[in-house]
Design a protein around this ligand. Structure first.
Ligand code: UFG
Length: 338
């Protein structure tokens, strides 16, 4: 039986295709390549280029492949963009998820693993936030994902489908084997932006707000290495296959770092003192988001291997250098051809 990975050409999804291929699972990827890259997908996987919101295509995929589980990464992920263009987020994250869940139920798919987000907590009343913390998202991104969690909860109660929703905290870093990483050119995420600044792709970077009620005034996040996040997905798959009940789990380490601490670490790891300027707060940013991370360890036996900001930053920087080398090489080839 096969596993359908939506968004398998994207940052996190592509790591999943490599991990599943290593376990010799049959992997079908559905990705519209809007932000993903075909080269990022594990060579052993079958890539189908298309949209998760295309019900006819989904019916065709479920009819021609014996899909046991869906791992649903495809979606839009940039918090400030969701504030400016909420309907894009409700379409890509909520409406398309409904189409996918409906097709999966119709085809009798057994298991569903969903990429949810810490953004469902909004500004949590206490930190760290555990899975019982009331959900109260403060931006359209968080709301668009929370609605999909609700759909899954209701669908799993009514149909023979079990699911795990993983609430990602701040995912960063790249594949330690160098096969894939965060490759979106117009990235907005802190560690990626800082690494691009190290490499001179940006003249400077900004800190969005230093007047938050935190020790150094900048926002605090729980940064999790993408490889540990992928391990959580594999654990979730094993759990569901063994008959585990549908559940929601935080994916974070249980401690956070401020924006300033992250930037200082990027400077330390790279040895480059790049310019950083202050800027006003960014819309939709909660001051502190840190995971209470016990439930996933207890229920899934998750054991993270990369809980170390220096290592996360080093792997993100190595990937950024790799991307830059590739671009330089292709520019050179283009010049030679010209
Ligand atoms: N930041 C800066 N400068 C930058 C980029 C970011 O100061 O150039 C700050 C942000 O204001 C924020 C922090 O760094 O305080 C982290 O911002 P990111 O954009 O890296 O990540 P977010 O916290 O906004 O969002 C990410 C994911 C979401 C997820 C969320 C959970 O994109 O999917 O983490 O914490 F929901």
């Amino acid at each position: 039986m096969a596993i359908l990975v939506t968004g398998g050409a994207g940052y996190i999804g592509s790591h999943m295709t490599h991990a599943l291929a290593e376990r010799e699972e049959e992997v079908i990827v559905l990705d519209n390549l809007s932000t993903g890259f075909d080269w990022a997908v594990a060579p052993a996987a079958t890539l189908l280029v298309g949209d998760v919101g295309d019900a006819d295509l989904l019916d065709m995929i479920f009819a021609t492949h014996d899909i046991e589980a869906v791992v649903h990464f495809a979606g839009s992920i940039v918090v400030p963009e969701s504030v400016e263009n909420p309907l894009k987020y409700y379409a890509n994250n909520t409406v398309n998820s409904r189409t996918l869940i409906a097709a999966a139920v119709k085809a009798g798919v057994k298991h569903f693993i969903f990429s949810s987000t810490a953004a469902v907590y909004g500004i949590p009343p206490h930190s760290p936030a555990d899975e019982e913390t009331p959900t109260a998202p403060i931006n359209p991104y968080g709301r668009s994902k929370l609605m999909t969690e609700w759909m899954l909860q209701d669908v799993a109660a009514a149909h023979p489908l079990s699911y795990v929703a993983l609430r990602y905290f701040n995912v960063a870093g790249a594949d330690p084997k160098g096969r894939t990483g965060q490759s979106t050119p117009a990235a907005t995420h802190l560690i990626k932006v800082a690494c691009q600044t190290v490499l001179g792709q940006r003249e400077k970077m900004f800190i969005f707000g230093d007047d938050y009620d935190t020790p150094d005034g900048t926002c605090i996040r729980d940064y999790i290495h993408v490889s540990d996040l992928i391990a959580a997905h594999l654990d979730a798959l094993d759990y569901l296959r063994k008959g585990g009940e549908s559940a929601v789990f935080n994916c974070g380490y249980g401690h956070g770092h401020s924006v300033r601490e992250v930037i200082d670490m990027v400077k330390k790891v790279s040895g480059v003192d790049f310019p950083v300027e202050m800027a006003p707060r960014r819309a939709g940013d909660p001051p502190e988001l840190v995971a209470a991370a016990e439930k996933i360890r207890t229920a899934l036996g998750w054991r993270p291997q990369f809980d170390n900001l220096e290592e996360i930053v080093a792997s993100a920087l190595a990937w950024e250098r790799h991307l830059q080398r590739r671009n330089l090489t292709s520019d050179k080839v283009a010049e030679e051809v010209a």
